[in-house]
Design a protein around this ligand. Sequence first.
Ligand code: F3S
Length: 754
Amino acid sequence: MLFDLNLIKLVYANLPEKVDAARALLGRPLTLTEKILYAHIDGELPRMPFERGNSYVDFNPDRVAMQDATAQMALLQFMSAGKSKVAVPSTVHCDHLILAKDGATADLKEAEITNKEVYDFLASVSNKYGIGFWKPGAGIIHQIVLENYAFPGGMMVGTDSHTVNAGGLGMVAIGVGGADAVDVMVGMPWELKFPKLIGVKLTGKMSGWTSAKDVILKIAGILTVSGGTDAIVEYFGEGADSISATGKGTICNMGAEIGATTSIFGYDDNMARYLVATGRSQVASLANGIKDYLRTDPEVVANPEKYFDKIIEINLSELEPYINGPFTPDKAWSISEFAKAVEENDYPEKLDVGLIGSCTNSSYEDITRAASVAKQAEAKYIRVKSEFTITPGSEMIRYTMQRDGLIDVFSNIGGVVLANACGPCIGQWARHGAEKGERNSIITSFNRNFAKRNDGNPNTFAFVASPEIVTALTIAGSLKFNPLTDTLKNANGEEVKLDEPAGFELPINGFDVADNGYQAPAEDGSNVAVSIDPASKRLQELKPFPAWNGKNLKGLKLLIKVKGKCTTDHISMAGPWLKYRGHLENISQNMLIGATNFFNGHTNSVKNQFSHKYMPVPDAAKTYRDAGFLSIVVGDENYGEGSSREHAAMEPRFMGVAVILAKSFARIHQTNLKKQGVLALTFAYKSDYDRIHEDDVIDILGLESFEVGKNLTVLLHHADGSTESFEAVQTYNDNQFEWFKAGSALNLIRQNQK
Ligand code: F3S
């Protein structure tokens, strides 16, 4: 048994009482989110209800999960906190570092050689500190968590933004930076701003080509990439209960694409069935015992507008399949309008590659539905036009697929099964010819489609859809194909139509696996050695960042004024840089190289205030830092959206960036900046962004007399000698300001240990 049954028993033993107390405090029925959050607060119930979107609350999550790219830095930080064992059940998953090139077996072998040092480090740290270790090839973090660890009513954090996937099993699961994971692993409460609540009422029932993916693709179109910021999205209604547990997982997974803190569904029979099918019937029967506590209260379902901050209603019976993209997951097109959009926007019509699977869509249901479409190519003599890859989410899924003949179905139409890992979803794709930078289209069942994310080519137009739609378009080889209405010419010259997909929610013969790839930690890890080679290019022990000197920040050099979208991919690019995730100095050489400079419209080209020459961003930052100057980055809207990687916050800190001043921030990134001791501020008036000139030197005043809720002053020194000032908003609470004072949250943890 991999899950911690005693922990779940304990959570369920206390949950009803805590929920009843919260209901009494709030004096009204509760949403499911409120039940779980109030049941996980650290310490006593407050006297007054928390204010949504405002109160900072300390929570005690039940679990931590980390993927190999982010785990390196998280564990380096954990090691320096001086503890002997993790305080809550935690796991490490080796999924991000495997390069997709020649197929599963060869790629895995290659990864084991290339990443040996990192895998050995993660395995030994896990062994030493009581952390479950999932070897390379075992599967993708979120699929493994769903299959083994997620439980209704639980709360977890994970060092990956798609941790939210576990909401499919009724868990409040939140993507965090490594520094937050360290808080939880050292047994400290973990802080979160009490979220706002968006309710999604699902009515009707899906049929035909429509699948769970389309629910979230449509919502992404409604809410956009920032519409869920600081909010938890709660799904309810009879439509919600009609969706499988893994379908719910898909919907919650892509809640990250609307910036939501997380998303959640209430416990139902589908979840119970999934728990039983994945060897957790004890969890199902425990959950059945407190079922009402694991669902939205009926009065809330009846009058949702009274209890949620915003309501969206979707009738699943009328929902069409969606295709979202390119370059952003919130550009949503229903399938009936997509062909026209391709034409009008001049998207490359020819589809080069279709990719299915990933953490988002590799359930048995997804795979069998896609396979039912793939089978038809052979049966109806249709020649498949595009390349096709399949990424199983876990070894259990892959093994079961193989046993049930599904891998053969895909291979028969030219499909290449990749390793059970992230691969092309995170740019770990040695795509033939991508370096030529040619315009081309791909379609995936993944979650994200920012420029360059999949293959590094800025001219790859990546679209996102369900696995069955991806498979149909792959067969057709055209973005303009609508399988609901169009026909294809087969090898006999006949016009044939694809039948609607049909799949199985769960395997009839159950799941199966020979070796799941799990390694349990040592009972007593005190003698386990962890070594880091000082000459290593990939791992480096952390040195604490310097503490604040207690003075206002003066004379900051403007490093870059970012124009437009600046995701964590732009700040700390993935792809080839992933290998340096455990080496702060080396990975810092990618800092902000994807961000667009407002003043010249170029990426990775900023004016150096000493030489007045344009140079790469990391070089300019280094020049300032090495000359003893701090610098400042100015950002646009939703700065730092995308992922939870704290490298995007640690790199600026390491490179001497003291302040990020943006029009608005993505939640996780702003917290990450605060944790690393970078001052994260927003413009009080967004139009002040326009006042910042290329050669500005900037002071931040008011820090010496810091007060919670009190704005700071930004003083600009222009090159012509003139000055002007405006206000900046700081959202620090007292504890967060302690992080800033100590130099980082980790510095504070270490100080408190002594
Ligand atoms: Fe991996 Fe892509 Fe999911 S990077 S964790 S498969 S979002």
